[in-house]
Design a protein around this ligand. Structure first.
Ligand SMILES: Cc1cc2nc3c(=O)[nH]c(=O)nc-3n(C[C@H](O)[C@H](O)[C@H](O)COP(=O)(O)O)c2cc1C
Length: 245
């Protein structure tokens, strides 16, 4: 086994934000107005999406109460608008831990960022017109994070969403394909260790890309019945409803 002491050192970072796409999450406030929050602890698998939130934020409470949200994905061209939303919250009053980090309450975040709300088709929260990708979503499950970490438990929550409708700007569609996004044209805004980046150029031939995207489309007949699932879900939405309120 190679000894790594000459090449790597052990460190203890407070955060591990290695670089993920920025998402603007729209949700509905108790008074029916929309809230809009930037976040970046997000990943997708198939048509499912996992989002990680501070458990006491306004957005996860809205999503858990209403069961829906919209994810608008900014490109690098919307970075200034995204930055205007930094350190704002829909919470009023602003909770003490956010006061300490310089947050202020903002009732109309679309106006604060200069972004345009546009009606969604299947859910109530509006999409962000300026973003090239809009994902309408419903809440499937809520998963508390770090429950066995005495320093962090209670502070973080992950939401599993089902993406129920996808809208994209024509400018990022792959020529000759109805349902594909061209990765050469899609320029996501990336947050890495609290700073904004874009993607660089393609760096290498990809073996995985030789699999046609159509191979990932599910075939309903091949899916197991719910009672045949080998991995059982741990936390359902209906079991945790109200846990954040
Ligand atoms: C670029 C960016 C990325 C962020 N990523 C996250 C994140 O992944 N999870 C999270 O809980 N907050 C994240 N935040 C902080 C939230 O925006 C902040 O908690 C905000 O108050 C949420 O709005 P709300 O309180 O109205 O829900 C991020 C902020 C910025 C500017």
């Amino acid at each position: 086994m190679h000894n790594s002491r000459d090449t790597h050192v052990t460190i203890d970072p407070a955060i591990l934000y290695f670089g993920t796409p920025v998402v603007l999450v729209s949700s509905t406030n108790p008074d029916g107005t929309p809230n809009l929050a930037p976040m970046s602890s997000a990943w997708w698998l198939g048509r499912s999406c996992m989002l990680g939130f501070g458990a006491r934020s306004h957005t996860p409470a809205n999503i858990q109460r209403t069961g829906e949200c919209v994810l608008s994905l900014p490109s690098v061209h919307q970075v200034a608008a995204v930055n205007k939303l930094a350190r704002t919250t829909g919470s009023d009053p602003v909770p003490p831990h956010k006061v300490a980090m310089g947050y202020r309450h903002e009732a109309d975040k679309f106006a604060a960022a200069g972004l345009t709300p546009v009606a969604s088709e299947l859910v109530a929260p509006p999409r962000v017109l300026e973003c090239p990708v809009h994902l309408e979503a419903t809440l499937e499950a809520v998963h508390p994070l770090a429950v066995r970490d005495p320093d962090r438990r209670g502070g973080l929550v992950a939401f599993e969403l089902r993406i129920v409708r996808v809208h994209v700007s024509d400018s990022i569609r792959m020529a000759g394909h109805d349902d594909r996004i061209d990765p050469e044209l899609w320029r996501p805004l990336i947050m890495s260790f609290q700073h904004f980046f874009g993607l660089g150029e393609r760096v290498h031939d990809s073996t995985l890309a030789r699999i046609p995207e159509s191979a990932y489309r599910p075939k309903r007949a091949a899916a197991p019945a719910p009672e045949q699932l080998s991995i059982r879900p741990t936390v359902y939405v209906r079991e945790t409803a109200g846990a954040l309120s």
